[in-house]
Every structure is written in structure tokens, then in C-alpha cells.
Design a protein around this ligand. Structure first.
Ligand code: FAD
Length: 577
């Protein structure tokens, strides 16, 4: 029998990104008597993607801007697939949240000479509304958040990986979460009245990808196994400018920020010619989906640089501006041998963000009582395409909302429930399976997954490529289940964690591929070469994926245009596209 430690907390928060830390702070503020635990795969304050935010935070705080304009940009960018109540809450509470970040939490953002907060241009927006701290905005936000969480004595379990959401015996509510303590390899069941999932999604199953290494879609995989629906999983955003720094470094695929294109940077093909105007009149300032697709097409035509990528250059712009505004990017490029100020930097589109995720409402409730979700794990705010700068706004806004809402829910309905022990036993058996097999090559499987998803379920898709992708994923799943981990010590066994990572990534990759098969039109980040047109916007629907007896089932739900219909606008002087 496998040993298992047990403990209790009122609120258990999974993940310590913008969503997790804001949830902890707000829940503590709402009711300091609650026991709150943040359990996180990495180290609190040092992991996840909020810390990696470069460009900044979208918020309508300028006099000439408005939440209605931010909302319309978000909806039009999302190609009318957004949940409008969620998007509305996002743009409104972002205003409150940015003041909270500055005034309550102590963040410093860049300012104009007149003392107002500086806001820069990001692609796809009709107003320059991206608040930032140079190009290292996330470090500022997450450091200040972490300090406040430490100060309040909120419990934390670092290097603790959630492996299963465990329902109550009758299946009617959440009972807690099964975790493994990565430092010892032991299991721990944490009984909780409420659980918030904030593990940050992250399309880390693609050959080129940006998210931090701790993000392997665990929250989404756990939600599927619990029976929760995911929406719009086909919507994977590729960021146009991932660095090409060689095969042997994780820097390859990590991004240099969108503000470079916003500030006037040019994209060049292998012959150093601009090409974006062949695809969109906005050129380099078109939205990420359009730029990434154009780049992929140019790469497919063989118009590449020496290492298979394309180039970005800032050389025609004022060097002082580039150094001043993008110091972090200049340093990062120099670290891998590129001169961003005067030279060419080789780049490829790179998998960056999942617009899809766990279905939730604007108060962060999911289908299961006691399970809340916020941040990149949650689907609905961005529709078919996320605007740069709306990601960290989303995680901090809805993390705070979940933190506000959970204490009230606990008072009304919260109770500790006895867990379904069979779910715990099955989850432990699933996690320990690789120790029963002979050692194998987990890294090789990971590379196969990267290439399969890039080639068949990537920036351009067809029914045939997706079928090949699904067949390849089924084969990979079989291979993984037959592959063992040679070292049977569980303490800090990173190969074991790689195995567990792959299990989550393959399951979520299946969800992406199945949803991509189901959506027979092209919009936003999802492009079907066999269905290149966007269908009637008035009958837009979200794809819904569930896991039933190991098989993915697909459904759809019509988008409710609760605030504005396609063709209309909330802006009096503006007719929407
Ligand atoms: C390089 C980069 C640059 C970006 N730049 C911008 C930008 O300029 N503007 C913008 O708006 N957005 C940007 N984004 C997107 C933005 O970072 C994310 O949308 C957002 O921060 C996600 O916040 P989150 O709290 O949901 O997740 P994260 O901040 O990613 O945190 C996830 C947390 O979950 C933990 N975790 C994962 N699995 C488990 C598990 N099984 N058990 C326990 N814990 C787990 C992780 O360790 C981590 O602590 C960028 C992303 C990247 C990668």
C-alpha cells in the first residue's frame, strides 16, 4: 500500500502566477480567519508565466480611451467567440486592478514626463493602452505579489505538484486535491472546501513554445479527468517572434516582445525583404494570428534565413529609443549573439497561449461546486485570439475575483467532504505506472510530441493533418504507457515528472486536435486550409470538449451576444467590422 499524508485547508489554490497569488491575497482580505494554502509545482514568486510577462498590461486608464473601446478591441480580436460577460468584467476590473497593483502592492510602472502612466502600442488595438515596466513587467508584478503573500503568512507548499482533483464520495462536489511532494516523491491528499485551479494552461507541447517549463497543462488534464468541460481548445495562439538560438538551448522559442513590432520593427524574409504587406495592410502591426500565419507561409515557401527562421530588425529606428524602451529585449538578444539595436534577429512563430480552457463564468465558478478557476486555465475571455497585454490582465483580474468570491461561497455552501478514495487510489496507481515498466527514453517521446503537434496540429491545419495528428497522439500515448522510468527513487526524480508532464500534455493535445477537427471554419488562431473562410458570425459557437471513459467527446454551445452583436459596436462613433 502506498503511503499518503493528509492535511486540511479551507481554500486550496493551485499555482502561484498572477491568478493564484491574487486569489490568495483577495481571499485573505475578505476573511483573514480562513486557512488558505497556495500549492505550487515550482517556487512561489519564481515560476509560471506571469513572471515572464515582457510587454505589459492592457487597461483603459487614459482620458481618451474607454472600457467600451477596450471591450470592442477584445471582442473583435476574439472574432466574436468571447464570452461577453467575462470580457466585460475583464476590461472593467483591469482598471481597478492596475491601481491596486500600484497603490496597494507597490508596483512601479513606467511614467510619462507629466506623471501619468506610460502606455504603449500593442498589435490589434485601436488605442495605445499597454502599461509596462520597461520590457520586464512580469518580474515587477510577481515580485510585489509574492512579497505580500509572504507577509500575510498564507500557507504555501512549494515544489508540490497537483496530480488529481478528487471529488466527494457521491461525486457532487470537490473534496480536495492529490499532490506529490516533488522533494520526497511522497503523496499528500489536501482536503479543501474550495479549490482554485490556476496552473496557467500553456501550449508547451509544440516544437517552438514560450511557456515556462513548469507548465504542462496539468490543470486542464486534471479538469478533464474530473469531468469538467473545456471550451475552444483549438484556439492556440502562436506569437510571431520566438528566438531561434540553436537546437540545444531552451531560449529557442522564447519570445521577444510584441512592442517591438508596435514600435515600428520590420519583419524580413531570408533575403532581408519585408513581406507583411503581402498579407495584411497593417503590416507588422496586424494581430498575432495573421502575422504568425504569414510567417509560416513565407517559411513554407523556403524564403528563410540560414537556420530556417525569418528576421526582425529595429535597425531603421532611433537606437536610443530601442535601448531605452526595450532594454530587456536588447540584453536577451545579445545573450544569444544577436544585435537587436542595429542588426537582424532570427525569429520563428512560437506557441504562446491557450485561449481555450476550463469553462467558467464571470465569477470564476465551474460546473463542480467548490472548484473555481482563473487565469490561463480558464477559457472564454479571449475568444479566438488574445490581444497582447490581455493575458496578465486576465489572470490578475480573475484571480482577484475568485479570491473575492470564494469566502462568500464558503460561508453559504462550503463544507469539508469525504473524498472518493477510489479516485485517489487510481490516481496514485496512474502516477506510479512508469516505475513498473522497464526504463525508456522519455525525452525522445517529448521530441516526437513537439514535432507531431507542430507539423499536424499547428499554425495551419487540414482534416488530413489533424487525423494524422490524432493517430500519432494515440500511438504516443501507447508508447508512454509502456515506457518506464529507470531510477525508482521518487525524490526529485525529474524523469518521472517529465513522464507525468507528457501524460498531461498528450491528453490536452488530444483535446486540441479533436476541437480543431470539429471547427470547420477559420477564425482567429484556428486556421483550416480546407475551410479558409470564417462562417457566419451570428451563429458563432464555442467548441466543448469532455473526457468520457477515456474518450474525448465534442459538443458546441452558441455564443450568447449579451452586450453587442456582430456588426454592432458599443462605441457610438464607430461601426464594428
Ligand atoms: C514569455 C511570455 C511573455 C508574456 N508576455 C505577456 C505580456 O506582455 N502581456 C500579457 O498580457 N501576457 C503575457 N504573457 C501571458 C501571461 O504571462 C499569462 O497569460 C499569465 O501570466 C498567466 O497567468 P496564470 O496565473 O494563469 O499562470 P502562470 O503565471 O503561468 O502560473 C502558473 C502556476 O501554476 C503552477 N503549476 C503548474 N502546474 C501545476 C501543478 N500540477 N500543480 C501545482 N502548480 C502547478 C506553476 O508552477 C505556476 O506557479 C506572456 C507569457 C509568456 C510565456
Amino acid at each position: 500500500m502506498v503511503e499518503i499524508a493528509r492535511s486540511k485547508t479551507d481554500i486550496l489554490i493551485l499555482g502561484s502566477g498572477g491568478a493564484g497569488l491574487f486569489a490568495a491575497l483577495h481571499a485573505h482580505k475578505a476573511d483573514p480567519s480562513l486557512s488558505i494554502t497556495v500549492a505550487v509545482k515550482g517556487l512561489l514568486g519564481k515560476c509560471g508565466c506571469t513572471r515572464m510577462v515582457q510587454g505589459g498590461y492592457n487597461v483603459a486608464i487614459a482620458k481618451e480611451d474607454s472600457v467600451e473601446r477596450h471591450f470592442m478591441d477584445t471582442i473583435e480580436g476574439g472574432k466574436w467567440l468571447n464570452n461577453q460577460e467575462i470580457a466585460w468584467k475583464l476590461v472593467n476590473i483591469a482598471v481597478e486592478r492596475i491601481h491596486e497593483l500600484e497603490n496597494d502592492l507597490g508596483c512601479f510602472f513606467d511614467r510619462n514626463p507629466d506623471g501619468t502612466i506610460h502606455q504603449k502600442a500593442f498589435a490589434g488595438q485601436t488605442f495605445d493602452r499597454t502599461v509596462h515596466k520597461g520590457s520586464l513587467t512580469g518580474i515587477e508584478i510577481i515580485s510585489r505579489l509574492a512579497e505580500q503573500v509572504w507577509k500575510r503568512g498564507i500557507d504555501r507548499l512549494e515544489e508540490h505538484r497537483a496530480v488529481a482533483l478528487v471529488p466527494s464520495r457521491d461525486g457532487s462536489r470537490i473534496a480536495g486535491v492529490l499532490m506529490t511532494d516533488m522533494r520526497t516523491g511522497g503523496f499528500r491528499f489536501i482536503q479543501a472546501k474550495a479549490v482554485m485551479i490556476g496552473t496557467g494552461g500553456g501550449p508547451s507541447m509544440y516544437k517552438f513554445h514560450t511557456p515556462s517549463g513548469d507548465k504542462t497543462c496539468d490543470g486542464l488534464a486534471m479538469a478533464l479527468r474530473l469531468g469538467l468541460p473545456l471550451i475552444d481548445m483549438e484556439m492556440v495562439q502562436f506569437h510571431p517572434t520566438g528566438l531561434v538560438a540553436g537546437d540545444d538551448t531552451r531560449i529557442t522559442g522564447t519570445i521577444i516582445e510584441e512592442g517591438l513590432r508596435g514600435a515600428g520593427g520590420y519583419l524580413l524574409d531570408g533575403s532581408e525583404q519585408r513581406f507583411m504587406h503581402e498579407f495584411d495592410e497593417r503590416g507588422e502591426r496586424a494581430t498575432r494570428d495573421i502575422v504568425s500565419r504569414a510567417m509560416y507561409e513565407v517559411m513554407r515557401q523556403g524564403r528563410t534565413g540560414p537556420n530556417g527562421g525569418l528576421f526582425i530588425t529595429m535597425g531603421h529606428l532611433d537606437s536610443r529609443m530601442v535601448v531605452q524602451q526595450f532594454k530587456g529585449m536588447v540584453d536577451r538578444c545579445r545573450d544569444v549573439g544577436f544585435d537587436l539595436v542595429k542588426g537582424l534577429v532570427e525569429v520563428v512563430p512560437t506557441a504562446h497561449y491557450m485561449m481555450g480552457g476550463i469553462r467558467f463564468d464571470e465569477n470564476c465558478f465551474t460546473e463542480m461546486p467548490g472548484v473555481f478557476v482563473a487565469g490561463e486555465d480558464a477559457g472564454g475571455a479571449h475568444g479566438a485570439n488574445r490581444l497582447g497585454g490581455n493575458g496578465v490582465a486576465n489572470s490578475t483580474v480573475f484571480g482577484g475575483v475568485a479570491g473575492d468570491v470564494m469566502p462568500g461561497w464558503l460561508r453559504r455552501e462550503g463544507a469539508f467532504a469525504e473524498p472518493d478514495e477510489t479516485v485517489i487510489d487510481e490516481a496514485m496507481a496512474r502516477c506510479l505506472r512508469p516505475f513498473a515498466n522497464a526504463g525508456g527514453n522519455v525525452s525522445e517521446l517529448r521530441l516526437k510530441l513537439y514535432n507531431l503537434m507542430w507539423d499536424e496540429v499547428g499554425i495551419m491545419r487540414t482534416a488530413d493533418s489533424l487525423r494524422r495528428g490524432l493517430a500519432g497522439l494515440a500511438e504516443l500515448e501507447r508508447e508512454l504507457q509502456a515506457t518506464g522510468v529507470a531510477d525508482d527513487g521518487r525524490a526529485f526524480n525529474l524523469t518521472w515528472h517529465d513522464w507525468l508532464n507528457l501524460e498531461s500534455q498528450i491528453l490536452v493535445s488530444r483535446a486540441i486536435a479533436e476541437a480543431a477537427v470539429a471547427r470547420e471554419d477559420s477564425r482567429g488562431a484556428h486556421f483550416r486550409e480546407d475551410f479558409p473562410e470564417t462562417r457566419d458570425l451570428d451563429t458563432s459557437a464555442n467548441t466543448v470538449v469532455r473526457l468520457r471513459d477515456g474518450a474525448i467527446s465534442i459538443g458546441s454551445i452558441p455564443v450568447a451576444f449579451t452586450r453587442v452583436r456582430p456588426g454592432q459596436s458599443l462605441l457610438a462613433d464607430d461601426a464594428a467590422e
